[in-house]
Design a protein around this ligand. Structure first.
Ligand code: HEC
Ligand code: HEC
Length: 452
């Protein structure tokens, strides 16, 4: 897709000077690490390659007059979605690794608001697992998560922790900042130093601190300004909001209320896990086996105290936050759905349309129109909360309009796209700007706490 890759090149970096200026020294170090391609085997990939910090151009309606007939579409840089821009722009589902022809088998989720996911646990009253990082929650917190991609052979592909520390040692800034912040002498480390693990931990902590900065947790979508009573939805968005928490049942998992009434703005997830019966995506390179989700999380038994039945784990993926969802196509753990319209139609009609047969997968020409393929883990799919919602085409469109209000940086794009929201000035601050980003951490080996 040539046109689309041109857009990728033309992508404009809209750094957020305000957010950047407010970052602590540790967060600034984390940002350098997050953007550093030298931390990958071929010095060609950073965290940012799959979790972009830049805005990408998306089509936005331009209302030239109040008369709807004069609406045209224009490409506008809106705000970062913290996903792999290549996936968004050309519809591919998974990311290239540092090594040639190495691909992951899962769609890169947004790092936006990931900081709010609690440490992985099981609630015995609700009989559900919650929290953690990754689609299956296998990393307890952001620090544990950040240690993984560098050593993942289909991602940054470094052979071991020491090889990463060697790359850190090359950089004068890192040498200085590790000394200042963690009292770690990078230059003095060698392959056998006991300090290697400690330095690796410190690096992950700095990255996690950056992921907790406002840059990833802005809370300035139209959804937030509406929740704070500053602006209101248009008719379609309002109908979508009512359906979302009503007949469409979305709010059962994508919670629109803050946590436990403590004033947290809604995160549009309850951080639980579910098997929606999502069909396989045959377009993933190498056609890997279906990802079993929670079933492959190595910490299930520790969290529960006993083995779990398959019905509670198989094919269950983490309920992702829907914040910035309009910017993070394609959708679901395997990226099988290309648009929000398709996602909503799936929830509405999974059990209504015929089964796709011959081919019995997403390459069927009737995919999503006349049929849906059987889900990857059909036997354990959720059959009570989706599949036959009885929504009309207009209802579906209203829900999509509502989903688009979850896009951050509304003061800017809400006005510049011609919507002219008079209630929210271009310089308006997030109504939740003072809400602290929590530190959800297992924190058992933090170097700062070890005093080294
Ligand atoms: C090659 C692409 C790629 C690179 C590079 C990459 N990621 Fe990811 N990231 C992914 C994919 C794919 C997943 C989902 C994998 C899974 O669930 O098993 C993911 C998941 C995550 C998550 C979990 C989000 C959530 O809500 O569960 C976080 C946080 C994250 N990455 C941060 C990072 C950081 C920090 C780096 C750099 C150290 C990084 N990623 C490098 C592709 C990438
Ligand atoms: C029973 C819980 C549940 C309900 C109800 C639910 N969702 Fe989800 N949602 C999930 C889970 C779990 C995922 C991830 C599933 C996967 O990847 O296999 C998800 C993923 C999504 C995604 C894609 C997220 C991404 O990052 O790719 C969108 C969009 C979405 N849901 C919208 C909705 C809408 C709209 C509704 C109502 C029509 C709804 N959901 C109802 C649990 C739910």
């Amino acid at each position: 897709m040539k046109v689309l890759s041109l857009i990728l090149i033309a992508t404009i970096t809209i750094a957020n000077p305000v957010y950047a200026a407010n970052q602590t020294r540790e967060q600034k170090l984390g940002k350098l690490l997050f953007q550093d391609i030298n931390l990958s085997f071929n010095r060609n990939q950073s965290c940012m390659s799959c979790h972009a910090l830049d805005s990408i151009d998306v089509p936005v309606a331009q209302h030239h007059t109040d008369d709807d007939s004069s609406v045209t579409m224009a490409l506008k840089p809106i705000t970062p979605g913290f996903v792999d821009a290549a996936n968004v722009l050309d519809g591919t589902s998974v990311s290239n690794g540092s090594l040639v022809r190495k691909f992951g088998s899962l769609n890169a989720p947004s790092v936006g608001y990931a900081a709010f996911s609690p440490v992985f646990f099981r609630d015995s009253e609700e009989e559900l697992f919650f929290g953690g990082q990754f689609w299956n929650g296998r990393a307890a917190d952001l620090v544990e998560q950040a240690k993984a991609p560098l050593l993942n052979p289909v991602e940054m592909a470094m052979p071991n922790e020491w090889s990463v520390i060697e790359r850190l040692k090359e950089n004068r800034k890192y040498r200085k900042l590790f000394k200042q912040r963690y009292n770690i002498d990078l230059a003095g480390l060698n392959e056998d130093s006991p300090g290697v693990a400690n330095a690796y931990q410190a690096m992950a902590e700095a990255i996690a601190a950056f992921e907790r900065s406002r840059e990833f947790n802005r809370f300035d979508s139209k959804f937030d300004f509406e929740a704070a009573g500053i602006t209101s939805y248009n008719d379609s968005e309002q109908r979508g909001a009512d359906l979302f928490d009503g007949r469409a049942l979305c709010g059962l998992c994508h919670t629109t209320e803050g946590i436990e009434g403590d004033g947290t703005p809604a995160l549009l997830t309850d951080f639980s896990y579910d098997n929606l019966g999502v069909p396989a995506n045959p377009q993933i390179p190498g056609n890997p086996d279906a990802d079993p989700g929670l079933r492959a999380n190595p910490n299930l038994e520790a969290a529960r105290g006993e083995p779990s039945p398959l019905s509670e784990t198989e094919g269950r993926q983490k309920v992702m936050s829907l914040r910035n969802i309009a910017l993070t196509a394609p959708y679901m753990h395997n990226g099988v759905f290309k648009t929000l319209e398709e996602v909503v139609h799936f929830y509405n009609t999974r059990d209504v349309l015929d089964r796709c047969i011959d081919p019995a997968d997403a390459t069927h020409p009737g995919f999503g129109v006349t049929c849906w393929p059987e889900g990857e883990f059909h036997a354990t799919r959720n059959i009570t909360e989706l599949g036959n919602l009885g929504l009309s085409p207009e209802d579906e469109a209203d829900i999509v309009a509502y989903l688009k209000t979850f896009t951050d940086n509304y003061p800017r794009w809400g006005n510049s796209s011609g919507l002219r929201d008079r209630n929210v000035s271009k310089k308006a601050k997030s109504p939740f700007a003072d809400f602290p980003v929590p530190v959800h951490s297992i924190g058992n080996q933090a170097p700062s706490r070890l005093g080294q």
